[in-house]
Design a protein around this ligand. Structure first.
Ligand code: NDP
Length: 372
């Protein structure tokens, strides 16, 4: 028997209130199509916390599969596992392989798992770290999909609704939350694909710290980095005119993961026929839009949810993941800054709970990642 631990919740609430660490044992006899997995790394993403809070767009079923007293859910959408053993010849996986979940809401916040091979994607682990693989499938894929699918403007005029990105066009996009995992990925992919970016970040507590963040994003390929207060100030209009050569360069795409005033300011920065894609709501404020942007500029406001795209195009997703891992291996794509949260057999429940709770607080040095 393999001794295992999992974070679980049996009712929705704040992670520090409702998460429990559950110990269970896994029988050595598993179905031939299944594999026994050991966790290597699993990030704490905003969506995971929203899942615990009960505010996320999909709600995983509460089950008694791992023997919790009350039916429970193991959160965690993303992570990388090592195959410890296989149930038989029912799968192509072998001991030592690295795998990531092929399905949403896999439940990665646990030391071990038994899973059907068809719920897993095998990853070529060559020259990659567990953290790089554990964080590839949500943030970089979100940026990848949005930039590829909603690439700057035009097209609409040709009645296409939207057109794919034009590689090397030098067109601009603008985004808030630019230092998030998704934002950093968008900067890098945009640069690789010939797009230019305007990036909005919140001020840090000292000017030096703000400058350091600015440089960090410029190092990734950001063309322009502005603070939220510059962005929301009256002076922004002039600054923008300068960046876009008095409007001769169009900003065709806006990425919004914040909402509220910041989202409105992103919308106001866009050119005619642009698209604004909302994919997150970190400020928990609604998006409000001046009517003129809809009427006179015909700006399209759309939402994006990766889970839905993944369901629609599982094969495309695999190619995308391979593509990004290839960029990482080639040194062309850098991973996000992380705060490692060590999880071994002795780690206390409170430490794990708190790490999750902190995941939604702002101004962090890096994304929390459980490392086993
Ligand atoms: P990270 O955990 O990497 O970063 C969080 C970001 O949110 C930071 O930029 C942080 O800025 C910012 N932030 C935190 N609190 C606030 C606040 N109150 N107001 C404004 N900004 C805030 O995030 P991810 O990249 O993993 O996710 C970013 C967003 O994208 C989330 O909303 C997430 O749910 C969403 N997302 C959506 C997907 C989809 O399919 N729709 C897929 C992936 C992510 P600071 O450093 O200044 O605190």
């Amino acid at each position: 028997y393999t001794q295992a631990k999992a974070l679980v919740f049996s009712k929705y609430g704040e992670p520090s209130d409702v998460l429990n660490l559950h110990t269970h044992s896994i029988s050595p006899s598993i179905p031939s199509s299944s594999v026994l997995l050991r966790s290597l790394a699993a990030p704490i993403n905003p969506a995971d916390i929203n899942t615990v809070q009960g505010t996320y767009g999909s709600k995983p079923p509460f089950t008694s599969l791992i023997g919790t007293a009350e039916p429970s859910v193991t959160p965690g959408n993303e992570g990388v596992f090592e195959v410890l053993s296989t149930g038989g010849s029912g799968s192509d996986l072998n001991k030592g392989d690295w795998v990531i979940p092929a399905v949403a809401q896999f439940g990665t916040w646990r030391t071990h798992a038994v899973a059907d091979a068809d719920k897993l994607i095998k990853v070529n682990k060559e020259n990659l770290t567990p953290i790089q693989v554990a964080t590839v499938s949500v943030n970089p894929c979100t940026a990848y999909r949005i930039l590829r699918s909603y690439g700057p403007s035009a097209g609409i005029k040709a009645g296409m609704g939207m057109r794919p990105l034009e590689v090397g066009s030098g067109e601009w996009f603008i985004q808030n939350g630019a230092n998030s995992g998704v934002g950093r990925a968008a900067i890098q992919l945009g640069r690789l694909w010939g797009l230019r970016s305007i990036n909005v970040v919140r001020e840090r507590d000292t000017p030096e710290a703000t400058d350091a963040l600015r440089r960090e994003l410029q190092d990734l390929g950001a063309d322009v980095v502005v603070t939220e207060s510059e962005f929301l100030s009256r002076g922004w209009r002039d600054q923008l005119a300068e960046i876009t050569r008095q409007g001769r360069d169009k900003i065709g795409l806006g990425l919004n993961c914040v909402g509220g005033k910041s989202a409105t300011a992103v919308a106001r920065s866009l050119g005619d026929d642009a698209t604004m894609v909302t994919y997150g709501g970190m400020a928990k404020q609604p998006v409000s839009l001046p009517v003129g942007l809809l009427i006179f500029k015909d700006i399209r406001f759309v939402g994006f949810w990766l889970s839905r795209w993944n369901e629609k195009d599982a094969t495309g997703r695999r190619h995308m993941i391979e593509d990004i891992l290839g960029l990482i291996r080639a040194g062309k794509f850098r991973d996000v800054p992380v705060e490692e949260v060590k999880w071994d057999w002795e780690t206390e429940e409170a430490a794990l709970r708190n790490a999750v709770q902190e995941g939604l607080s702002g101004f962090r040095k890096g994304k929390g990642v459980f490392v086993f």
